[in-house]
Design a protein around this ligand. Structure first.
Ligand code: FES
Ligand code: MG
Length: 562
């Protein structure tokens, strides 16, 4: 972009005494904004993913008003604008399929419009990663404000969080959950606006934004629709004005150290596997790459510190009461790089908080909530470019396991056969689902958490080794190997697995191995034929440019600096 182009796409356009300035101010005054106000600087955009097609983000309209109050109080001019919004529950074939489209929407709106800085209002799983990807590429000062977790609900006399849904669906399939229970479950699945109320993808992404220095310290865990989150929104408005006046671009904040800190935080909270994909895609916008060896080192040296659902037992509000992310960063002080910037532009070493003496959820490195390696990075002849296992949520007895493959080609095949009484499967089998990766899915639908066959459920089996090129919900658990790369749809070795082959998972050694002779695998690879579908529009763009899971599934032409 030319210097003139950059000038035009900043708020100084509103100061222009010539025709361009007059036209820009004139149209803004059409909103009823006064002549003095349209000349205020800096101009802060508020990128809002509020949508009735995204209930998790439904609180963002109110939060935008609080942000505006903070911007105005600091002398700035706040201008809110919409982008597309992606809800997990409503977006087909998967919200991940459209994440890069939201990132492009966000990037181009930030770049094209006369704003100096931006507040990104996101929440549901893909919205914050997409907004960060776009904002990093656009390069203007930016801060995230997350929607915050929704309130707990009550079901049959107990506090209910969203991760309880998965075992209840299994109970329904095995016949243990009656019609009345099934009907009442619907009414309390989502009690109010806000994101899923455990350390699933949405909240883990809010934690990542905070650790990266792209959201204010202390903001990630505050409840949705609370006075505290409203006040945090106002502070975010003030902080983005300060960050914009200081001209602190995202690339000064999101450094390699900050990215490592973010992955370390994910390990310490037993966060969602999805967030590693997003973190790689975010970092990739600045040519930062966390290689498998570094990921393994960080995971191996970081114990589980937060005893929070779904990896642990406690609720998010208990983590928040223990001091949230600033207290987590205090506990990580000897492992993380505290020279990295926090969202208030101080180094993290000045932004950490001491947890209370009676902390219930947050543990110390000396007395952790669980062992290190909560996220195991796997490799082997079945996953040459890697795979991931959320070990903190798996049955430890299955973390080293050899079993016979039971293979499903895609979701339809899975659904039509998984509960077949004649399915040749036992508790030691390894369930294999393929054709559900970035291209095969497309968009890596959250189906990697394959259901346990109903006949085994009735025998009391609660966990099995399951492997796929898909993702799973950040709220799910089990011995589930995900994100196998390269995926089956591009001819990855997963495509070569046959019924009854032996597969070995060894999480201690980080390996996933298909125990079939090399010559036989070469024979199978030679016989493999991959379809070349005739596509148009976004389907075409997506298929031609999406990258594999190991680099976070960004489009090849979006990765890297300009
Ligand atoms: Fe939107 Fe979980 S479904 S945050
Ligand atoms: Mg989710």
């Amino acid at each position: 972009m030319s210097q003139e182009g950059i000038r035009r796409a900043r708020g100084e356009l509103l100061q222009d005494p010539g025709p361009d300035g007059l036209i820009t101010r004139g149209f803004l005054r059409g909103l009823g904004i006064g002549g003095e106000t349209v000349r205020r600087r800096p101009v802060i955009g508020i990128a809002n993913t509020w949508s009735e097609l995204n209930p998790c983000n439904a609180g963002l309209r109110d939060l935008a008003e609080h942000v505006k109050r903070g911007v105005t109080a600091s002398g700035g001019l706040a201008l809110e604008f919409p982008t597309i919004s992606l809800a997990e529950a409503f977006t087909r074939p998967s919200s991940m399929y459209l994440r890069n489209l939201l990132a492009m929407d966000t990037e181009e709106m930030i770049r094209a419009t006369p704003i100096d800085g931006v507040v990104l209002l996101g929440g549901c799983d893909k919205t914050i990663p997409a907004q960060l990807m776009g904002a990093l590429s656009a390069g203007k000062p930016a801060l995230v404000l997350a929607a915050g977790p929704r309130p707990l609900s009550r079901w049959r006399g107990e506090d209910m969080t969203v991760e309880r849904l998965w075992p209840l669906i299994d109970e329904r399939r095995s016949g243990a959950l009656d019609d009345e229970g099934w009907a009442t479950l619907e009414a309390c699945l989502s009690c109010g606006v806000g994101t899923c109320n455990v350390m699933g993808t949405a909240v883990t992404m809010a934690v990542i934004a905070e650790v990266l220095g792209m959201a204010l310290p202390g903001s990630a865990l505050l409840p949705a629709a609370s006075a505290q989150r409203g006040a945090m929104a106002e502070r975010t408005g003030r902080a983005i004005v300060a960050r914009t006046r200081a001209d602190i671009a995202p690339e000064q904040v999101v450094t390699p150290s900050a990215v490592e800190n973010a992955f370390r935080a994910v390990c310490a909270v037993g966060g969602s596997t999805n967030t590693l994909l997003h973190l790689q895609a975010i970092a990739g916008r600045l040519d930062i790459r966390l290689g498998d060896d570094r990921l393994r080192d960080i995971s191996a040296s970081t114990p589980l510190l937060a005893d929070v659902l779904p990896s642990g037992r406690r609720f998010l509000h208990e983590f928040e009461a223990d001091g949230g992310v600033p207290a987590l960063m205090h506990e990580l002080r000897d492992l993380a790089d505290l020279d990295a910037l926090a969202g208030d532009d101080r180094p993290w070493r000045e932004a950490t908080a001491l947890p209370p003496a009676d902390a219930r959820c947050l543990h110390s490195v000396a007395d952790p909530a669980g062992p290190s390696n909560s996220l195991s990075i796997l490799a082997g002849n079945l996953a040459p470019a890697g795979a991931i296992l959320k070990r903190s949520a798996a049955d430890p007895a299955l973390c080293h396991h050899i079993g016979r493959a039971v293979v499903f080609d895609g979701v339809e095949d899975l659904n039509s056969r998984i509960d077949d009484p004649d399915l040749d499967v036992d508790a030691d089998s390894v369930l294999v689902l393929r054709g559900v990766g970035p291209i095969g899915g497309p968009g890596m639908p959250e189906v990697g958490h394959l259901p346990i066959p109903a006949k085994l459920l009735r025998e009391g089996v609660t966990d099995m080794v399951r492997i796929s090129d898909a993702r799973m919900s950040g709220t799910a658990s089990g011995a589930v190997v995900l994100h196998i790369a390269p995926e089956a749809a591009v001819g990855g070795p997963l495509a070569l697995v046959e019924q009854g082959d032996l597969i070995e998972l060894d999480a201690d050694h980080g390996s996933l191995t298909l125990l079939v002779a090399e010559a036989e695998l070469e024979r199978r690879a030679d016989a493999l034929r991959l379809p070349e579908p005739d596509l148009r529009g976004y389907d075409r763009l997506y298929r031609d440019h999406v990258q594999q899971a190991d680099v976070g599934c960004d489009f090849d032409f979006l990765a890297g600096r300009r």
